[in-house]
Write a protein that binds this ligand. Structure first.
Ligand code: AMP
Length: 283
């Protein structure tokens, strides 16, 4: 595995593969790898001739009061884990390489970034979409792999790809959970042990909501109410939102139909956690 920090060097390397007609898979990450990240790399390894993992804590997707400085980082450990998964290139640029001083161009997806996490994190998706568009242009992958864990990010990136005609297939990968159900996240490292226990309530409540839907419940308000009651009885969890949305348009769904997304965000101690379930009409 080559660890590369320069855009031009990466491009030169990838040119050789493209000339051989090899297909390229990209897994964009902010590092501090856990099984969630590794599952994306495995999927890419299965499906692509060349696997590129980008590792970049993107400053423009963090708000001024967010955890950019504290975000966990360990390049050495990450490089070992990626190499074990058979990754070919780990692209780990520094800020100066990704953003020169006077960036004036951003990519934005309207409307669907104003809901859910976009409401409490203004500018977050503008930062995410801009860096993903830059990575797509730098690497020009055939496929790019994203986790269902970040449900809104996935929908918004698919929309950008559709709207701007990127010739890239977006592959959605299921949320990887700890044995007890907690969705894996680099931010779980912020949790103290009693907070870790409290955070479990999120995945438990979502599993119960899913059960209700499968048993025939169709009213979103009822589902949201059950989730609120279940989660708010845990005093260490501070709910930010619980929503039931259409998983393709991110519009509110009063009555359950089609592909539905039940998504939530909550603060537990220092950590802001998100989790969701998607229920498809065919399920
Ligand atoms: P991050 O490093 O947190 O920006 O995540 C990089 C990629 O890994 C994104 O596509 C995430 O959705 C995905 N990811 C993060 N956590 C998980 C998880 N628990 N299961 C599956 N994918 C995940």
């Amino acid at each position: 595995m080559k660890v590369i920090s320069k855009i031009n060097e990466l491009r030169e390397n990838l040119k050789v593969h493209r000339m051989k007609d090899e297909n390229i898979g990209l897994v964009p990450t902010m590092g501090y790898f856990h099984e969630g990240h590794l599952s994306l790399m495995r999927k890419a390894r299965e499906e692509c001739d060349v696997v590129v993992v980008s590792l970049y804590v993107n400053p423009i997707q963090f708000g001024p009061k967010e955890d950019l400085k504290d975000y966990p980082r360990d390049l050495k450990r990450d490089a070992k884990l990626a190499e074990k998964e058979g990754v070919d290139y780990l692209f780990a640029p520094v800020d100066k390489e990704m953003y020169h001083d006077k960036l004036l161009t951003y990519v934005e997806v309207e409307k669907m970034t104003e809901v859910l996490c976009g409401r409490s994190r203004p500018g977050h998706f503008k930062g995410v979409i801009t860096v993903v568009a830059k990575l797509f242009n730098i690497i020009q992958p055939d496929k790019a792999y994203f986790g269902q864990k970040d449900a809104q990010q996935l929908v918004v990136i698919k929309k950008m790809v559709e709207d701007l005609n990127f010739d890239i297939e977006i592959v959605a990968c299921p949320t990887v959970r700890e044995k007890d159900g907690l969705a894996m996240s680099s931010r779980n490292t912020y949790l103290r042990s009693e907070e870790r226990n409290a955070a479990l309530r999120l995945s438990e409540a979502l599993a119960e909501a899913e059960r209700l839907v499968r048993e025939g419940e169709r009213a979103s308000d009822k589902i949201k109410q059950v989730l609120y009651e279940n989660i708010s009885s845990e005093s260490l969890v501070d709910i930010e939102y619980i929503e039931v949305y259409d998983n393709n348009t991110l519009e509110s769904l009063p009555e359950i139909k089609g592909d539905m997304l039940i998504a939530l965000a909550a603060r537990v101690g220092k950590a802001r956690l998100i989790d969701n379930v998607v229920i498809n009409k065919e399920d």
